[in-house]
Design a protein around this ligand. Structure first.
Ligand SMILES: *Cc1c(COP(=O)(O)O)cnc(C)c1O
Length: 354
């Protein structure tokens, strides 16, 4: 791929690495590439970060034909920069795009584009412990068209945001509200696709949870509101009587890279992993019997987010004394050690950048 690079003449001042937060600051450059039907992908370029001119009639603004990804670049103790399983993000985006009638952005080009933008903005990859460069590839229809027809013009873009250690104050368990009114996904819908539309439809649940003093929503299946599926932007796992339960990826759950990595590691560690439907009633019953040992969300941003409290229709259950569990901590430590290059990569998951 021939990438034209135009560097900024006015680099921004770097934010304090100790107060980065998540997704607040953007790096100096962005990657852009256009798609035109009949021509394919063309004009790969890295340009100074800035507004993207859009036609007010662009399909993305009206019908939400948009997909995105999320991954990180990590700086090792030796000062090198590396990625974690970026091919998984590339393949997932192809699947998301297919569902939203958008052309695939090829896997090799995806990885090349990510490496290129991270290399240009290498001095934006933080060195502060636990901080990383969050990479946000996304794609949308730019074509002006209000009738409902297949689009022929798209933009693929990557922006980067230096983000702080997720757990600056230690890993504190979160309180989760089980949502029994709104649903996030149904079979045949877009639940497995990483697309903005899923988030737009889920915000009301998040708002409701926050108003009640909870930080996240646990979504139940859209048909029966019976089986646990996932949390806001994370997959969720339960350690019950020594076994690990998580919802199967059958179209309504987002297939997380962190989820897949955790399941692989857990199997290697000898755990029984049950990618099976678990009903909320059974889960609450296990809680009441004291058999739910740990509950944790998994995702790129936080890696692991322990759940301390579950509220289902007013039945409030505390998990593991509202403390991070032994296995959650072990998984968190193992995965972050791998990502920051502190232990050898025996899975072939690390991709060096520069
Ligand atoms: C991105 C995302 C996840 C987590 O996926 P990772 O690849 O592990 O970051 C889980 N659920 C939803 C809804 C997501 O958008």
């Amino acid at each position: 791929m021939d990438i034209k690079i135009t560097k900024t003449t006015s680099p921004k001042e770097k934010p304090d690495q100790k107060a980065l937060g998540f997704g607040k600051y953007m790096s100096d450059h962005m990657f852009l590439m256009d798609y035109t039907e009949g021509i394919g992908w063309h004009d790969a370029r890295i340009v100074p970060y800035g507004p993207i001119p859009m036609d007010p009639g662009a399909v993305a603004l009206h019908y939400a034909q948009e997909t995105f990804e999320g991954l990180k670049a990590y700086r090792t103790a030796e000062g090198k920069i590396q990625l974690f399983r970026p091919e998984m993000n590339a393949r997932r985006m192809i699947n998301s795009n297919h569902r939203l009638c958008m052309p695939p952005f090829p896997e090799d080009m995806f990885i090349e584009a990510v490496k290129a933008i991270v290399t240009v903005d290498a001095d934006w990859v933080p060195s502060e412990p636990g901080a990383s460069l969050y990479i946000r590839p996304f794609m949308f229809t730019t074509e002006c068209q209000l009738s409902l027809h297949n689009s022929r013009e798209f933009l693929f873009a990557i922006i980067c945001s230096p983000s702080g250690a997720y757990y600056a104050e230690g890993i504190n368990p979160v309180k989760i509200l089980v949502e029994d009114e709104y649903v996030r996904a149904v079979k045949g819908g877009t639940g497995f696709a990483k697309c903005g539309g899923n988030y737009a439809g889920a915000m009301i649940g998040q708002e409701k949870a926050e108003a009640m003093g909870y930080s996240q929503v646990l979504w139940l299946d859209g048909q029966e509101r019976k089986y646990v599926e996932e949390v806001g932007g994370m997959n969720i796992m339960f350690k019950i009587n020594g076994e690990i339960w998580t919802a199967p990826c059958e179209g309504t759950v987002l297939p997380g890279v962190t989820r897949d990595s955790m399941l692989t590691i857990l199997k290697e560690w000898g755990y029984t992993v049950r990618e099976e439907k678990l009903s909320i009633d059974d889960l609450m019953a296990y809680c009441e019997k004291g058999q739910v040992e740990e509950v944790f969300g998994t995702g790129t941003a936080a890696v692991i987010s322990p759940v301390g409290v579950l509220n289902y229709r007013g039945n409030v259950q505390t998990i593991n004394n509202n403390e991070i569990g032994e296995l959650s901590l072990k998984l968190y430590t193992y995965l972050t050690d791998l990502q920051w290059g502190r232990i050898p990569d025996t899975h072939g998951w690390i991709v060096p950048v520069c």
